[in-house]
Write a protein that binds this ligand. Sequence first.
Ligand code: F0G
Length: 445
Amino acid sequence: MRPIPITTREERERELSRAGYNPFNIQADKVSIDFMSDSGTGALSIDQQAWAQRADERYAGAESFYRFRDSVADLVPYPHILPVHQGRAGERILFGALLKSGQISVSNTHFDTTRANVELLGCQALDLPCPQAADLDSDDPFKGDIDLEALERLLTGYAGGRVGQILMTITNNGGGGQPVSMANLRAVSELARRHGVPFMLDAARFAENAWLVTRREEGYENWTPREVARAAFELADGCVASLKKDGLSHVGGFIGLHDTELATRCEAHVIAGEGFRTYGGMTGHTMETLAQGLREVVEPSYLADREREAAFLAEQAHSAGVDTVRPSGLHAIYLNAGRLLPHLRPGDFPGHALGCQLYLEGGIRAVELGSLYLGGLDDDHALVSPAPYELVRLAIPRRVYDHSHLEYVGDVLASIAKEPERVPGYRITHAPELLRHFHLRLEPA
Ligand code: F0G
């Protein structure tokens, strides 16, 4: 617990200007409500803290590792479980062992670090989201699915031999936080086997995906989230998971694999780059919080509360007159900034403009998901190819905010939506090549 920082408008103006109008550069003690990420930002339960007190920090074979491994093994069917310090370390190690330069990694949508880890190996990261995902307003239940026809065309087409993995991101973070259906995972699994291509899960939000399956997919109404999660893992050959989300921890991750030979190759890289195979860069303290967090995260009461929280925040936005990507998922809501700010062109970065306005007016921090992040820029940093949407993601930390905080966000949104034409566009003044959104500097246009 810590007090929420309350700042004045002048302080926020100064801080945003100092930050080069990039929320990643804002100091957290100048943020009142922080929706930048749901990753590593949740609160630990008393049971997690109690277990953490018993952490065993011995170098090899610590008890904490075995408790962590047993908790993971209750959820995943893979015989090989390799600890890593967070998701992207697992991606680097798994993809490095699995992919060869020139190959294709195909996904419903790669998350940004996932894409970077594929591309750094000289491979292509190809996204094939299902056609329903393009309609932000429809209430289709599984807009996180992959386009199965396009996937089959790819696998049977001239580039089919180059596909090195199929990676399904559950839930689909880059695609509006939408879930993936079991039917879609099953069909991907069959295609992968028929074409001899490894099928991996990016399982960062496996429990939230499982919950939405029990809520939305016919035939799963009476399953527990744990049963659905396990059935999803059973369809794949392996997984890489950031545990900073559904591990209910501040850090951590793992790679899970069936294939012994692939696991042996990965393990060498875990030891060389992360730490010994019984901690992989995590402390005993972290492994204890994870062992307990992985039990709590599949509890229906916890997941139902998370769903209500996201729905409540979406309602706040709607009653303020701000549209969101529908239906709302669990880890975030995505505001449709392009629609709210029609006076701004994509090159004025409306998503970013709304993000900055949320900070200026209410000390709320959120991140753009639109042309600033995904669009193509020319040498003078002007936008030449816009993203399909101009969104702002409000990612909800786990077990941190209550309804009064979310109502406050609704009030701030309403005050912006009352006179949206007051919101200025932005111009980029500095944009590096690699991972540009972390380093961008901008100014009001
Ligand atoms: N995969 C997905 C789907 C993610 O959302 C993330 C992180 C990662 C992999 C990488 O995991 O952070 O443990 O290295 N997402 C965070 C976010 C950063 O804010 O969405 P990591």
